[in-house]
Design a protein around this ligand. Structure first.
Ligand code: DLL
Length: 434
């Protein structure tokens, strides 16, 4: 499949490192001169822009965390006057003030280029009809993908998220070939289609560009099977841009990172020290070409590994493993560390369980209580009590073998767990509201 920008996406890695260093030096100088927050923290740590002489010197720079962005809300981290900002997005998060991010005309041009790359990597061409079912609004998903896909020359249908019956109607009437949305919404679309007797597999739909939330290989298989498509995973975050940070090619073996525009590090989340290539750690991102909202060493809290070997597709841009967990979504239940993704992996591998689940953690007295609600196919709801009991026992045992905890497994009727057109909520931790 063609590479959108082979000059950069397949560039020699030594030349890439030189380009990254030049861009890093200008970015550090840019924020030092223009963002009082960075002048202050760099002065406090005794680092001047001229101290950045090699890429490894990035480690002289301080990390930036969400709190700094919240404390400077709304425009304190902008490096240009609002007059030069042509777009603002924000990310809501779950607590406190949202994060507000701005883009100059130049930033939007870069963003468009990068989302064009990930669309091409998934195989989108000017022949495609793309139904964009991300939320349009302050969320970066809708608008970010929109312009990149237009740049590729495909026909965009800016459906926005929600109104699933209408999505299906559009899909049939317009001959949609590519669907863009969160993986959980893709599954919901498949479910509504099945209920309404629409055979999506007989439609022209062939590719899905998904992202915005974690989803494992099991979920991918389920989506590919039910929609009859090739599904790629795409990663990004508002604080450094939005979608377009990295995305999979047709080989689906990690997400190609746009390293000419971002410097990626993987560090031990506890010590902040780099881990070896291939080891898991927290992804740290420094945008290298942002004008309006450049941040240094942004702590994503997303856990991944990086692979710099060349991919079969010919891109030399390193690949990050799918993000399955965040440093801050780890649940500590009765002293045991549990990631929701571990639970998902167990569930999707069991025949009869629908890919909709909810993890509820509560405290009963001094004991943590873990309940996993799962939707199961109608045939599992048997009249024979013993069959149900055996099924619950099987799920409980499989979960125990992976997470080392006894979970209360509750079977619920298909359709019971809330569906979303955006990012799915998989965990309710009632202990936090105590
Ligand atoms: O979700 C940007 C985006 C939109 C990416 C559409 C891809 C497609 P935020 O709302 O700021 O931005 O949320 C960013 O979502 O730090 C991850 O924890 C998570 N996330 C995003 N994409 C993925 C993914 C957008 N493909 C936060 N896999 C990030 C796992 C993801 N997690």
């Amino acid at each position: 499949m063609p590479i959108w920008n082979p000059e950069y996406e397949s560039m020699d890695r030594e030349a890439l490192a030189k380009l990254q260093l030049r861009r890093l030096q200008s970015t550090v100088a840019w924020v030092y001169e223009r963002v009082p927050y960075y002048k202050e923290v760099l002065d406090a740590s005794g680092v001047k822009p001229k101290d950045i002489r090699s890429l490894a010197d990035v480690r002289l720079l301080p990390f930036t965390d969400k709190t700094a962005l919240r404390d400077t809300y709304p425009y304190g981290m902008f490096a240009v006057d609002l007059e030069q900002v042509v777009r603002v997005h924000s990310s809501s998060g779950t607590t406190g003030k949202p994060i507000v991010v701005g883009y100059t005309k130049g930033d939007l041009n870069t963003w468009t280029e990068l989302t064009a790359r990930i669309a091409s990597a998934a195989g989108v061409t000017s022949k495609d009809r793309v139904q964009l079912a991300f939320l349009y609004g302050m969320f970066t998903g809708g608008w970010g993908m929109h312009y990149g896909i237009e740049r590729v020359g495909a026909t965009v249908f800016p459906a926005g998220s929600g109104n699933t019956e209408r999505q299906l109607l559009m899909m049939q009437d317009f001959g949609t070939t590519v669907l863009v949305c969160t993986p959980s919404y893709a599954l919901y679309i498949a479910e509504v289609a099945e209920k309404s007797g629409i055979d999506i597999k007989s439609l022209p739909l062939r590719v899905g560009l998904f992202g915005g939330e974690p989803s494992g290989e099991g979920m991918r298989e389920e989506i590919e099977k039910r929609l009859g498509i090739l599904a790629t995973d795409n990663y990004g975050l508002s604080e450094v841009m939005g979608p377009g940070v990295s995305g999979e090619c047709e080989y689906q073996c990690g997400l190609h990172m746009n390293e000419d525009h971002f410097l990626f590090e993987v560090v031990d989340p506890q010590t902040g020290e780099p881990v070896l290539e291939g080891e898991e750690g927290e992804l740290i991102i420094t945008p290298l070409t942002k004008e309006a909202f450049p941040v240094l060493r942004y702590r994503t809290h997303d856990l991944t590994t990086i692979d710099t070997t060349v991919c079969e597709c010919g891109r030399t841009m390193a690949r990050m493993r799918k993000v399955r967990a965040r440093t801050d979504d780890m649940l500590i239940i009765r002293g045991v560390n549990v990631f929701p993704s571990q639970i998902e992996d167990v569930l999707v591998a069991i025949e009869g369980i629908e890919p909709h689940y909810l993890i509820i953690v509560d405290r009963k007295g001094s004991m943590d209580d873990l309940e996993v609600q799962i939707e199961v196919a109608e045939e599992i709801f048997s009249d024979v009590m013993a069959d149900m009991v055996a099924f619950i026992k099987l799920v409980t045992e499989r979960l125990f073998s992976v997470i080392g905890l006894h979970a209360k497994v509750r079977l619920v009727e298909p359709g019971t767990i809330e569906r979303t057109a955006g990012k799915a909520r998989r965990v309710i931790d009632k202990r936090q509201t105590d």
